[in-house]
Design a protein around this ligand. Structure first.
Ligand SMILES: NC(=O)C1=CN([C@@H]2O[C@H](COP(=O)(O)OP(=O)(O)OC[C@H]3O[C@@H](n4cnc5c(N)ncnc54)[C@H](O)[C@@H]3O)[C@@H](O)[C@H]2O)C=CC1
Ligand SMILES: NCC(=O)COP(=O)(O)O
Length: 334
């Protein structure tokens, strides 16, 4: 089976120890064989590695050591202390992972966390992986509504975000009918093709308290969101709302939908990380490649102490595997 690949992320964070933990947990599951894209010498300080020259050698090496496609760093790593000198390498590892997926040598990319501010400081021009991956794959044909869309999934909750890494004060000006319309279609199609849900049910969260209380606490629900829901329903998308966000995430509510469309980062991520702080997965929808990630960040404060939990990374690897299988199994036109 074609392997999965993982970009190492920020080498000073928890990424290096987490990939070793994930490998220890999964090394006897050949269907999940993955190879690292990163610095082999750094990874070797934490456990057994097998340098591989070609992605085709990953599967054969996986049971015995952590396979690594070696892309060496040029400055020493101090665990827990981010260093902009590593930023070009961090970016190169992501780009290499995308190239391997686009060329068919890997069937999915899992990204270990990056520190966004470190990359911004060195001129990285994208808010995060999500937008960078959208840009790197923009020229590749994609049969469906194109993302990138950020989905976070944990236990029985999936949330997708209309806006991501922007100041809260700018959310309102970024929200547009086009963005939410495309978000709904990307999510609807991904739930069918990537998650195998035949008739996906979506809900849309309101922006204002009480979803605007009939226009008395904000008019976005009346002027933007309700007309959009009507339009999407006419386009055969099963979507309901806009609903007050404070009553959308308890257990009974979650049972009524397959994904909740949220209007800003914390509207979706607070319920998700409260429901499951350890196991959440970040999935980029609407790309010609499969990409997942743990939902946590670089954890600089705990890096190197051996206490970082690999649950989220392991779930991200499982999710990447399952989505890539679903994409092969489920017809493209939905
Ligand atoms: N997918 C990605 O690349 C992501 C990157 N980030 C980046 O991570 C950096 C740090 O962000 P924070 O907000 O501090 O979030 P964080 O997720 O790194 O840390 C938040 C809390 O969770 C704990 N934690 C994180 N990972 C853990 C693990 N594997 N096991 C146990 N505990 C864990 C940390 O010790 C801390 O208390 C930022 O630069 C941010 O941009 C944040 C989220 C996702
Ligand atoms: N809070 C989610 C996050 O920061 C992940 O961003 P990305 O790097 O996956 O775009």
């Amino acid at each position: 089976m074609t392997p999965l690949v993982i970009s190492l992320g920020d080498p000073c964070g928890t990424g290096p120890e987490l990939v070793h933990k994930a490998w220890q947990a999964l090394r006897h599951r050949p269907e999940l064989a993955f190879g690292m894209i990163g610095d082999a010498a750094l990874l070797e300080t934490l456990g057994s590695v097998a340098k591989v020259r070609d992605a085709r050698d990953i599967a054969g090496a996986f049971a015995d050591a952590l396979p690594v496609l070696d892309h060496p760093l040029t400055a020493p790593v101090v665990t827990g202390q981010p260093d902009p000198a590593h930023a070009p390498h961090t970016v190169d590892w992501i780009r290499t992972g995308v190239d391997l997926c686009l060329s068919g040598q890997a069937r999915a990319l899992i990204t270990a966390p990056i520190a966004k501010s470190v990359l911004y400081a060195t001129g990285f021009g994208f808010p995060g992986h999500t937008e960078y991956l959208g840009d790197l794959t923009a020229a590749t044909p994609y049969d469906g509504t194109r993302g990138p869309v950020m989905m976070l999934a944990a236990k029985d909750l999936r949330v997708v975000l209309a806006t991501i890494h922007i100041p809260l004060s700018e959310v309102k000006t970024h929200l547009s009918a086009q963005i939410i319309h495309d978000l709904a279609h990307v999510t609807h199609e991904a739930l069918i093709r990537d998650f195998g849900i035949t008739h996906p049910r979506l809900v849309l969260a309101g922006l204002n308290p009480h979803a605007g209380e009939d226009g008395t606490i904000g008019r976005e629900e009346i002027e933007l969101l309700q007309p959009l829901v009507n339009r999407l329903q006419n386009e055969s998308v099963d979507i309901k709302g806009p609903f007050p966000a404070d009553t959308l995430f308890h257990e009974e509510a979650r049972a009524t939908y397959d994904a909740a469309l949220c209007l800003y980062h914390d509207q979706g991520l607070i319920p998700l990380k409260t429901l499951d702080f350890w196991g959440g997965v970040n999935i980029t929808l609407g790309l010609p490649i499969v990409r997942t990630s743990p939902d946590h960040g670089t954890g600089f404060g705990i890096a190197g102490q051996g206490i970082a939990r690999a649950d989220s990374l392991i779930n991200a690897i499982e999710a990447a595997h399952q989505i890539s299988l679903n994409r092969e199994r489920i017809p493209k036109s939905v």
